[in-house]
Design a protein around this ligand. Structure first.
Ligand SMILES: [Zn+2]
Length: 57
């Protein structure tokens, strides 16, 4: 799942770097602790482990 970005001008959410409504630049409203790639990688590994655990039930 791609992170949503938020338009600074009209507060619309989009996946794009520019707002489809007003063409203003968007930024990522998700807290920084979720965006570093290494932490995201460990989160993904955790999610995968969770899936494996559920699959074995
Ligand atoms: Zn906008």
């Amino acid at each position: 799942m791609k992170p949503f970005k938020k338009c600074k001008k009209c507060n619309a959410y989009t996946l794009k770097d520019t707002c489809p409504h007003c063409n203003a630049s968007t930024n990522n409203p998700i807290p920084a602790k979720f965006s570093p790639e290494d932490k995201y990688g460990s989160y993904r590994r955790t999610a995968k482990a969770e899936l494996r655990k559920e699959g074995s039930l």
